[in-house]
Design a protein around this ligand. Structure first.
Ligand code: ARG
Length: 462
């Protein structure tokens, strides 16, 4: 027995699709997440059709009522989604026909699923930009909270994961504030660029009906209608920009997560995660594993994967719409869900973690971390060229290393054996506290600088 053809587009078809055709073709399993946007788009379209006299206001009103009923059916879980109806657009339209009869068939005047899905998906991605923006802001505030608490806690700063120079905890936290601020601005840029309405581009060429695209654009909160109908239905840059911004943000989260994994290890003991953010081992009773940090570290894999996947789907597609583009949604949904989860988990961990201040300070003093301060002192006080100061300092580091001590443990005589003019005041610059306090250049690690940057950010975040 052949299945009957599709009620929406089956006019020229005698038989329905093969079951596997239906399975590969249907998107309702995932695009039902666009229901609210689809209904908003249809309401805006119907109101415009009435305002321009393309529809009677009676039909438009019936459509509006029907769409509101459908929205509440979906929201309350009463709506029956059907795979045979392929996607959210046709599911909604078919239900509208059940509810209001003939006027439902007029809703699709001067519209195609091509511009319909483009507008729905833009609305969804635009909402996600706003949600991500709020989530990043919350994370920035949590980081600022840590920075304020530890504005002058001294810790090692690393290059190559080797102790480089002492820095402050506050400075380290504020580095991430800068990174996440750039993420926010990337999402804001993407949002501004995507905020044009493709509705009314119809299938690809525009329409002969006297529609008002400016009206639907304004109703849906877009800045303006898109300017080229071909581009309108074939563009997925907005989704790609969202994924690109998400990838960079997830990369930042991954870097910080890696630091938390290292810092919470028994070898570092820089931070302690509370029980809320730790997991145990089923065999090793002593373990406190930073699973949340590890999972955040890993999220970049699927998020960047989504970016690569959609770029690969889009590359080489001729204008305009091709069904390939239906593959855009699952990638974006998955990336958005996981980015939001990672941001929330990171915000929770940052708010909850306890810096092990004594361990940070002790670690800051290892690795000859004030060697640069010593070289700078030789330049400033003895007038040595920096290259020579570097050389003298290197000899002192080698001496300390041979003696198995740190730089401040050398005696003045030890120092004078390397350079006869060195004076006792040199010991002042060898302490980690003085070292960080001296780094007062704009954006430097000195607590005074960090305090100023915290104040800037608190003002900017409101
Ligand atoms: N489900 C489709 C998608 O997600 C909607 C657009 C279908 N357009 C078409 N010409 N078949 O892309």
């Amino acid at each position: 027995m052949t299945k009957s053809s599709n009620a929406m587009w089956g006019g020229r078809f005698a038989a329905g699709p093969d079951a596997i055709m239906e399975a590969i073709n249907a998107s309702i399993g995932f695009d039902q997440r666009l229901a609210a946007q689809d209904i908003a788009g249809s309401r805006a379209h119907a109101a415009m059709l009435a305002a321009t006299g393309i529809l009677t206001s009676k039909d438009a009103e019936a459509i509006r009522e029907g769409l509101l009923t459908i929205l509440s059916e979906i929201e309350t879980g009463k709506f029956q989604f059907s795979t045979a109806l392929e996607d959210i657009h046709m599911n909604v339209e078919a239900r509208l026909k059940d509810l209001i009869g003939e006027p439902a068939g007029r809703l699709h005047t001067a519209r195609s699923r091509n511009d319909q899905v483009a507008v729905d998906f833009r609305l969804w991605v635009r909402d996600q930009c706003d949600a991500v923006d709020g989530a990043i802001k919350a994370l920035m505030l949590a980081l600022i909270g840590q920075a304020e608490a530890g504005v002058d806690w001294v810790m090692p700063g690393f290059t190559h994961l080797q102790v480089a120079q002492p820095v402050t905890w506050g400075h380290h936290m504020m580095a991430y504030v800068e990174m996440f601020a750039r993420d926010r601005s990337r999402f804001a840029d993407a949002r501004a660029r995507m905020n044009e309405s493709p509705l009314g581009a119809a299938a690809l060429a525009g329409t002969s009906f006297p529609i008002d695209r400016h009206m639907t654009a304004a109703t849906l909160g877009f800045d303006r209608p898109t300017a080229n109908s071909l581009d309108s239905v074939s563009d997925r840059d907005f989704a790609l920009e969202f994924l690109a911004a998400s990838s960079i943000c997830a990369m930042h989260l991954s870097r910080f997560a890696e630091e938390l994994v290292i810092w919470s290890s028994a070898q570092f003991r820089f931070v302690r995660m509370s029980d809320k953010w730790s997991t145990g081992s089923s065999i090793m009773p002593q373990k406190r594993n930073p699973d949340a940090a590890e999972l955040i570290r890993a999220k970049i894999g699927r998020i960047f994967g989504a970016n690569v996947a959609l770029m690969t789907v889009m590359k080489g597609l001729p204008l305009t719409y091709s069904k390939d583009m239906q593959e855009d949604k699952e990638q974006v949904f998955d990336a958005a869900d996981n980015l939001m989860l990672a941001l929330a988990a990171m915000t929770g961990m940052v708010g909850d973690m306890t810096a092990q201040v004594d361990n940070l300070r002790a670690a800051a003093a290892t690795g000859f971390s004030t060697a640069t301060d010593l070289a700078d002192w030789l330049v400033r006080e003895l007038g040595l060229p920096f290259r020579e100061a570097h050389h003298v300092t290197g000899a002192l580091v080698a001496m300390a290393e041979a003696k198995g001590c740190d730089l401040p443990d050398l005696t003045l005589d030890n120092m004078r054996a390397v350079h006869k003019d060195i004076r006792a005041e040199v010991f002042d610059v060898l302490g980690v506290g003085n070292s960080v306090a001296s780094r007062v250049s704009f954006g430097g690690t000195a607590p005074a600088q960090v305090r100023a940057r915290i104040a800037d950010w608190k003002e900017r975040l409101g």
